[in-house]
Design a protein around this ligand. Structure first.
Ligand SMILES: Cc1cc2nc3c(=O)[nH]c(=O)nc-3n(C[C@H](O)[C@H](O)[C@H](O)COP(=O)(O)O)c2cc1C
Length: 310
């Protein structure tokens, strides 16, 4: 019996070489170690850590998540332990996971972003930085930056200047009229890749209490409900901007991930799906391997940008 060699899942994306194209998305996978009892995160291409800021943040008051049809709303407000505790307490365990460690950054000015990038870039074990200029749940520095191409470029430049040889990914918001403007601005600022999408602005109201379901009133929509929006935006950026793209938004299975690869994403992230199935991201890796084997494809890169429109 002839045995087929296992397909090559490795990808080069945004200045990194990853063992496979599947990463856990920021804010949905803690600091990487929380899922260790369920599966080995070393099987993933990478882990993107919850957004880290210079100072610790307690986030928004509850309720700050609620379920919606085929998705969820969140208004966590970037709760995190701050960069000092992240470096001292979280990073050492993350480094032992045998997967790429991408640190998601949040700050309120280009200078602060630069300072944070400098602190993280010096730390051994940080493989890349992902700049969050797209959080809908904070008053300063989130969407205010992410929708303005000039601000996106300035923040990217500030991070890139301080990041040394660490690659810089810029996470873009879908809450804008033409996302290619922000993607191009990030590329001009020196971004090694753009990640898209962050959450879509949304709101839900309880008809019994007549109150918003989130204390913050509005929040970010994620999960399968947003996937067609995300695929369309990834398609637009891949077609029109010369920059590596990491696609995310509603990915639950390998077949969902393949949609993003076919329209041109070089890697994907799995987020909200973890709250339904904590093994979702490793399931996507296994599903991709099986899909490639069944179709006799040798490499996952054989899928990238291969959308057929004939
Ligand atoms: C509870 C929660 C927390 C999140 N926190 C962050 C964050 O800290 N930084 C960030 O860039 N994105 C954050 N996101 C956005 C996700 O990383 C992702 O971009 C978005 O949810 C869309 O992907 P998904 O539908 O697979 O979840 C968060 C999402 C959720 C649901």
């Amino acid at each position: 019996m002839s045995t087929q060699p296992s397909p090559d899942l490795s990808v080069a994306v945004g200045g990194l070489r990853l063992k496979n194209p599947v990463l856990a998305a920021s804010g949905t996978f803690g600091y990487g170690t929380e899922y260790q009892d369920l599966f080995d995160p070393g099987g993933l291409g990478g882990v993107v850590v919850k957004g880290v800021s210079l100072e610790p943040r307690s986030g928004n008051p509850p309720p700050r998540i609620c379920e919606t049809p085929a998705g969820m709303l969140n208004a966590i407000g970037l709760q995190n332990v701050g960069v000092d505790r992240f470096l001292a307490e979280k990073l050492p365990a993350l480094r032992r996971l045998d997967t790429a460690v991408v640190v998601n950054l949040y700050a309120t000015s280009p200078d602060e972003f630069g300072e944070l990038a400098g602190r993280l870039a010096e730390a051994p074990g940080v493989d890349a930085l992902e700049v969050n200029v797209s959080c809908p749940n904070v008053k300063a520095g989130g969407l205010a930056f992410g929708t303005d191409p000039t601000a996106v470029r300035r923040v990217t430049e500030a991070v890139k200047t301080r990041a040394g040889r660490r690659p810089v990914w810029v996470k873009l918001t879908p809450n804008t009229a033409d996302i290619t403007l922000q993607a191009r601005a990030a590329a001009e600022g020196g971004a090694d890749a753009v990640s898209l999408i962050n959450t879509l602005l949304g709101m839900a109201v309880d008809p019994d209490t007549w109150r918003p379901r989130l204390k913050n009133v509005v929040g970010g929509l994620s999960g399968p409900a947003v996937r067609p929006v995300a695929v369309r935006l990834v398609y637009e950026v891949c077609r029109r901007v010369d920059v590596d793209v990491i696609g995310l938004g509603g990915i639950t299975t390998a077949r969902d991930a393949i949609e993003f690869l076919l329209v041109g994403a070089k890697a994907v992230q799995v987020g909200t799906a973890h709250f339904v199935n904590p093994r979702a991201s490793i399931g996507v890796v296994e599903g991709l391997r099986a899909y490639l084997s069944q179709r006799g494809l040798g490499r996952v890169t054989d899928l990238v940008g291969r959308l057929r429109q004939d």
